[in-house]
Design a protein around this ligand. Structure first.
Ligand code: ADP
Ligand code: MG
Length: 334
């Protein structure tokens, strides 16, 4: 699927040879984007690219195109990336065997060094490079730069793994003011200057909160939040903070979804209108989510009266008729 796909494309008589889209379909897709572009103009959108969703060169290219498209139509994208599989890969190539504590990998000094090299020196560089094919937009930085992310050791048994204690978004705001696209690697630093590895979802939620982001979007390798992790048809399209609390208590959320869901909740509590978990393997999934009527993945909203819940789609649902939407004012000014 691409942003220009439409159900009518396959059957339209007047298709462009070799491309499959009629001129009408192309125009319709652009016009469909108009209210979203108007609505999101100037909005900060934090996009977390998961290490698992970063596949081949083609998906890296379409991701970069989407990010550049967001900036080009007036949004302020901020990229946060992970890189678990890429770190594992280098550890394996180095012949490093990890220690585990209660099933969680212990990040010893050597593992931290590898994680920092891979995230800051490889994965971040690759994303910056792909974006900058389109112009001088992206600037890569680690949470250590400009004291962006201060952290402390979360649990001594797990080694150099950080829990965020403070986000200083000054450096990001300065880059955004210069129309740059910050690309953040999920390494933080203690007050004493010790680097720590931090879950990238947690970084995205905290950075989104500190920036007052309109949306925080997590690109991962599943369609979104599933009630049965083995069955993609159990996708939860929309979920409130209270419903997520219940799901966490029931134990249907596990593994990498735990920090992701917690970060979605943090971002929404901090004032984001919504947080989204999307399948980053779908080409141009960001454009589909932001600029089309297609509801895709899982949308997390506050969901209580007086909260930021509004119809996410311009022109959709009469707000006052929706039981969750008594209050149509949103912090994002929409
Ligand atoms: P990322 O690199 O995107 O952070 P993670 O592996 O950390 O990816 O987190 C996503 C993984 O969480 C999924 O691949 C899936 O195996 C797991 N997961 C656990 N519970 C759920 C759930 N309820 N719904 C969806 N995914 C889940
Ligand atoms: Mg993860």
């Amino acid at each position: 699927m691409t942003a220009l796909d439409s159900p009518a494309a396959a059957t339209s008589a007047a298709t462009v040879p070799g491309r499959g889209y009629s001129p009408e379909d192309r125009a319709r897709a652009l016009v469909e984007a108009l209210p979203y572009i108007q609505r999101f103009r100037g909005a900060i959108v934090v996009v977390k690219m998961g290490g698992n969703a970063m596949g081949d060169d083609e998906s890296a290219r379409t991701f970069a195109e989407d990010i550049v498209m967001l900036r080009s139509v007036g949004l302020k994208p901020v990229v946060v990336h992970g890189g678990g599989p890429q770190i594992d890969d280098l550890l394996r190539r180095l012949g490093k065997t990890s220690q585990f504590h209660n099933g969680l990998r212990v990040t010893d000094a050597e593992t931290l060094e590898v994680a920092r090299m891979v995230l800051v020196g490889k994965v971040g560089r690759d994303i910056v490079g792909q974006i900058n094919v389109h112009g001088a937009y992206a600037v890569g930085l680690s949470g250590e730069d400009g004291n962006l992310i201060t952290a402390e050791v979360r649990q001594p048994e797990l080694g150099y793994v950080g829990e965020i204690t403070k986000v200083n978004p000054g450096i990001i705001l300065r880059l955004l003011a210069e129309d740059m696209i910050p690309v953040i690697s999920s390494i933080g630093s203690t007050d004493g200057g010790q680097a720590l590895n931090i879950n990238a979802d947690t970084v995205a939620g905290a950075v989104g909160g500190a920036l007052g982001a309109e949306k925080v979007i997590y690109l991962t390798n599943v369609p979104g939040l599933l009630t049965d992790v083995n069955d993609p048809s159990t996708l939860v399209a929309r979920v409130t903070l209270a419903e997520l609390d219940a799901a966490i208590a029931e134990g249907t959320i596990s593994g990498g979804m735990v920090p992701k869901v917690a970060s979605c909740m943090e971002a929404v509590r901090a004032g984001a209108v919504s947080a989204h978990m999307l399948d980053g393997r779908i080409p141009h999934v960001l454009l589909l989510e932001l600029f089309t009527d297609a509801g895709i993945g899982t949308m997390v909203v506050a969901g209580h009266p007086g909260s930021a819940v509004v119809a996410d789609r311009p022109g959709s649902a009469v707000v006052a008729d929706h039981p969750d939407s008594e209050d149509s004012t949103t912090p994002g000014g929409n």
